[in-house]
Design a protein around this ligand. Structure first.
Ligand code: ADP
Ligand code: GLC
Length: 487
């Protein structure tokens, strides 16, 4: 068994540089945890327009990437360290592909060349390893953007990385990288792989499907999601394909980067606090009430939401039950951006109801403030591969109200008054009524059973979802697939 592994970790977003969701948090935290275990790891991501080149170091040599019928395209490479760490991160800089405002889309929708952009990026990551004379033992891809890597390794780059094993982590099966089939030419993997067991789905290319077929291990970001994606309800059409590779599918729950998400050291929040002294939490509550122009009251139950306004997050359930919730003595604050109907609907409600406030947009600072200043956190997702906000909420003593799916089900234990158990409130059916009744239950507990509520906050804050254990599980899988490959 090799003690020190060389790991290539490719992701389309990394927190601290560019982020639209939890993938970025994982791509920043997991590599640090792997490095701490003594392994060598290089993270690679695109150099989007908003990542300031001035703060990075440019590699002298440019990177030539062969793109089949498109010829050879060139990129510059920049590098720095992941924040607060010794982990190298590299940025693939191609003005035409990544010099844009958005990561994947702009106001008129997804970029029409996302296929070429991310095939280019995937190939560039392997080419970069060659340039750096870095021979990975493990090639770790994440989601559809880099899902071409396992097949690229076995075909186009087979002579360079024959000894490596590959891992594909599925953070979200809904997005599969479905494109016109002609990109097979740019991939240069050979048309023989365009068949219904590998890349092909309904005469188009499905990058995630190809990744699942070729990765030595496929991981999901919670154990429950590893099971769910093999069902019709959560499989987004790939359930049978995943079932066929079931023996290579593993679930590893994401962790939390507690250097970023701890109320005792959080510089974004109005006053730091801990489970031993919660006084600061009231100050944080006042702070968001002030920020959102809500009545400043200590005694009111504040319910927070932070997340993408996407169907996945159960925003229709929230929209449908919001007025009923607001009829109670509560304040609801939401931070998010995404589907236009939701932005408009919630904006309208914010003018109608004095106890509801909304910030449409993306703000790390406000996300932290809401986690700290709320009593309850709303996360009624229709599906949730892992979900990080509910785990962050636990750390801030903000009790999650969740639907029992994926990582939400794995991390939240339902309140059980009689056995003094639980760290949140859970419902099962994806309906407005179920959400509404669970919010009523949570709010009642806040007002009428404050002792139990406080005990739950303590349990929540004292629970631990660190990356160290998760990183060890990844290493076990890395070692296992390497041994299998070389046996
Ligand atoms: P997903 O990856 O599906 O969006 P997660 O719960 O795993 O869901 O992670 C979401 C991450 O993105 C969290 O770190 C959350 O705080 C952050 N986030 C989502 N929307 C916003 C927003 N509008 N402003 C700031 N942070 C946000
Ligand atoms: C995805 C999922 C989310 C998960 C995150 C990080 O975006 O939607 O549930 O927590 O990836 O793995």
């Amino acid at each position: 068994m090799k003690q020190k592994l060389n790991i290539l970790f490719a992701a389309s977003e990394v927190a601290g540089f560019a982020k639209t969701g939890g993938l970025a948090d994982v791509a920043a935290a997991l590599p640090k945890a792997l490095k701490k275990l003594g392994h060598e790891i290089k993270v690679v991501m695109p150099r989007y327009y908003k990542i300031d080149k001035e703060k990075l170091t440019k590699l002298q040599e440019p990177l030539g990437v062969s793109m089949g019928n498109l010829g050879e395209l060139w990129a510059a490479v920049y590098t720095t360290k992941l924040p607060k760490s010794d982990v190298d991160i590299y940025f693939i800089d191609h003005e035409g592909f990544f010099g844009r405002g958005g990561l994947y889309e702009d106001d008129s929708g997804a970029y029409s060349d996302n296929d070429i952009r991310f095939i280019f990026f995937s190939k560039a990551t392997l080419q970069l390893c060659k340039l750096l004379h870095f021979t990975p033992d493990i090639i770790h891809a994440n989601d559809w953007h880099t899902a071409a890597l396992p097949l690229l390794q076995k075909t186009r780059f087979v002579h360079d990385f024959a000894n490596a094993a590959s891992v594909l982590t599925i953070h979200n099966l809904q997005h599969q990288g479905n494109f016109e089939k002609h990109i097979v030419d740019a991939m240069e993997v050979g048309w023989e792989h365009f068949n219904s067991y590998e890349l092909e789905s309904y005469h188009r290319v499905n990058l995630l499907k190809g990744g699942i077929a070729h990765a030595d291990a496929v991981t999901t970001v919670s154990k429950k999601y590893a099971q769910e994606i093999q069902t019709h309800e959560f499989g987004f059409g790939l359930e049978r394909h995943i079932q066929a590779h079931e023996e290579r599918v593993y679930g590893i729950l994401n962790g939390v980067d507690y250097y970023e998400w701890s109320p005792s050291i959080d510089d974004y929040i109005a006053q730091k606090y801990s489970s031993k002294n919660m006084d600061g939490k009231q100050v944080c509550k006042r702070d968001i009430q002030k920020y959102f122009g809500l009545q400043e009251r200590d005694d009111v139950a504040v319910i927070g939401f932070v997340g993408r306004f996407a169907e996945q997050k159960g925003i229709e359930l929230i929209a449908g039950s919001l007025h009923g919730i607001l009829d109670m003595d509560v304040q609801v604050v939401m931070l998010g951006t995404g589907e236009k109907w939701a932005e408009e609907y919630f904006s309208k409600v914010s003018y109608q109801r004095p106890n509801f406030a909304l910030h449409v947009g993306y703000s790390d600072e406000l996300a932290h403030k809401i986690e700290a200043g709320s009593d309850l956190f709303l996360m009624p997702s229709l599906f949730e591969p892992c979900g990080l906000n509910q785990i962050y909420s636990l750390a801030y003593g903000t009790l999650p109200i969740v639907r029992a799916t994926g990582g939400l089900d794995d991390t939240i234990i339902n309140f059980d008054e009689h056995h003094h158990e639980g760290n949140g409130f859970k419902f099962f059916e994806a309906s407005q009524e179920a959400l509404y009744h669970t919010v009523v239950w949570a709010v009642r507990t806040f007002y009428e059973n404050s002792e139990a509520f406080k005990q739950m906050q303590q349990r929540a804050m004292n629970s631990h979802f660190g990356w160290d254990d998760a990183a060890k599980e990844y290493i076990d899988i890395y070692q296992y697939i390497l041994e299998k490959k070389h046996s």
